[in-house]
Write a protein that binds this ligand. Structure first.
Ligand code: DQA
Length: 159
């Protein structure tokens, strides 16, 4: 089974009540529930973490090698500030996808630069909670294309 680690960064525990005009009305529990359903029907073992602490996120990424085939991360505000999270992703060597609920390129100038994106395979932003699912789909496609045996066994599982 393909194993994917999903990390939600700081303040995302507040989804649902935090600036709904930007981040929507869905809370983190309901977003995670849907993603877990998606994972089940796609033969993915999904582990979800949320942390407000940079060091904890660095540790989670550091332990991901050998345990997860891909990382999907919304680094939230750390996107724009954290060399430590960037170095952790680069050092772990686990393919990563950066996701954001909002379109960071249409917001304040300080949000328009990601320190994380250059060490990721790609970035999905602007689709609300759907960004997470699109990020997971990209991660699954990446892992499957790098290991066709896994792709076949996952397709069999879905039938
Ligand atoms: C965010 C965008 C960041 O700029 C912000 O600090 C967040 C959420 C998003 O998902 O749109 O906390 O990562």
């Amino acid at each position: 089974m393909i194993q994917i680690l999903l990390i939600h960064g700081p303040n995302l525990q507040l989804l649902g009540t935090r600036q709904p005009s930007i981040y929507g009305n869905a809370d983190l529990t309901s977003i995670n529930r849907k993603l877990t359903q998606w994972a089940k029907s796609n033969g993915v073992r999904l582990v979800i973490e949320q942390s407000n602490h940079e060091g904890r996120i660095v540790e989670l990424i550091g332990k991901a090698k050998g345990r997860f085939e891909a990382l999907v991360i919304n680094p939230a505000a750390y996107t724009h500030t954290s060399v430590a999270i960037r170095d952790a992703i680069e050092g772990a060597g686990v393919p990563a996808i950066e996701v954001h609920l909002s379109n960071i390129y249409g917001r304040e100038s300080f949000r328009q630069h990601s320190l994380i994106a250059p060490v990721c395979k790609g970035q999905v932003c602007g689709f609300g909670p759907l960004s997470y699912q699109l990020g997971l789909e990209a991660a699954l496609a990446l892992v499957s294309s790098s290991d066709p045996a896994r792709k076949n066994s996952n397709q069999r599982r879905r039938r």
